[in-house]
Design a protein around this ligand. Structure first.
Ligand SMILES: [Zn+2]
Length: 370
């Protein structure tokens, strides 16, 4: 099973073969077009960037860092798609976004690095001043907000809608968020730095997503590289028809999902189910604050030779890092922790050749036991 637009696919392949040295080398004339695994992108990153200065980077589902050139054309596909889904949920509401500052410009915005109590206060203030009743943030942050609201016994019954982006979300997280925001409709989208929006939760059937297949070719492959049947979970392989500067053709992004048939019958885009990506998580600092695993994650992913990692917090000042990297980076890793925490916790190193997914299929970038 796959959704590939034959002419759009042929056009980007032809363009890439003629303009990009990597694809000229790897795609023979008249095919076949090989799958580009993440590790291959990482190894040939500069050649695939083809002289374009990268303007973003992705740590992706398995925390393997790649440099990306985001093309301006993608907004022309993503924005109307998102607007259509929001319209189907009842139209836009006054809202606040609590996200990474660089993601995009929005008028009522708070940095994701704002301490959680201040985030909660800002949401209350925005409700009282401008009736803001919607929020967009990352699932890991929504969980921290929910805990704070429950601990402070605040009434957030006014919140009508919470959108969660950029990460996988599980049922326990959803349950906690619903306790704190009892009247909010929760929605999620699935996107990547590399390709932008991939799919949006169906506004009618929350177990399903609809994929933006006029921008992306989507294949789901099993471990042997064969196409999966409907309902069979496999590896997502994307072709971005729009990015002509840094083409991504048959790119295996590292997330898992299954094609599905959404019972809504109202949206023409094909459906995905069981999307299994990255879970970012958070850590407890010794001042009692829980901090989302974002700035430290990016600092770690920027250390040379670091290919994959997972950080586990056993006690407030005791961590294990599972890491795929040259052992010479140990001091740089310790320095990244010190910079992020403001003190140096005890860090045990486990040097790995590959870090597996959790048995449920998600990849946990961090695990917190405190
Ligand atoms: Zn649907």
């Amino acid at each position: 099973m796959k959704y590939i637009h034959p002419e759009k696919f042929a056009a980007i392949v032809d363009h890439a073969r003629k303009t990009n040295p990597f694809y000229a080398r790897t795609i023979p004339e008249n095919g076949p077009v090989p799958v580009l695994v993440r590790e291959m992108l990482r190894k040939n990153n500069d050649e695939i960037l083809n002289g374009h200065q990268f303007n973003s980077h992705s740590s992706g589902a398995q925390a393997t860092t790649v440099k990306i050139f985001i093309n301006a054309e993608r907004k022309g596909f993503d924005a109307p798609f998102v607007q259509d889904m929001v319209r189907r949920m009842g139209g836009p509401l006054p809202r606040m976004d609590i996200i990474y500052p660089r993601d995009y410009y929005v008028p009522f915005f708070l940095s994701i690095f704002t301490p959680i109590p201040e985030q909660v206060d800002a949401l209350l203030q925005n409700y009282s001043e401008r009736q803001s009743v919607a929020l967009i943030t990352y699932p890991s942050n929504a969980v921290l907000l929910a805990k704070e609201i429950i601990d402070r016994q605040l009434d957030f019954g006014f919140m009508k809608r919470i959108g969660m982006i950029s990460e996988s979300i599980n049922k326990q997280q959803t349950a906690l968020i619903k306790r704190a925001f009892p009247n909010a409709r929760l929605w999620s989208s699935y996107s990547s730095t590399e390709t932008g929006m991939i799919s949006f939760q169906c506004p009618y059937e929350p177990d399903y997503h609809h994929a933006i297949t006029d921008k992306l070719g989507i294949e789901i492959l099993d471990e042997q590289g064969n196409e999966c049947e409907i309902g069979q979970v496999g590896s997502i392989v994307l072709t971005d028809y729009t990015n002509r500067q840094m083409p991504l053709i048959r790119y295996e992004i590292g997330d898992l999902a299954a094609f599905a048939v959404c019972p809504c019958g109202k949206i023409d885009y094909p459906a995905l189910q069981s999307i299994l990506g990255k879970v970012r998580g958070c850590f407890l600092h010794r001042d009692g604050q829980r901090v989302i695993f974002l700035s430290l994650s990016w600092a770690l992913s920027n250390i040379p030779t670091v290919r994959q990692f997972q950080v586990i917090q056993h006690e407030i000042e005791h961590f294990t890092i599972k890491i795929v990297a040259d052992r010479s980076v140990e001091n740089l890793v310790v320095a990244a922790f010190t910079e992020d925490f403001g003190y140096t916790p005890l860090i045990d190193f486990e040097w790995m050749s590959v870090i597996p997914r959790d048995p449920n299929g998600k990849f946990y970038e961090s695990i917190c036991h405190v």
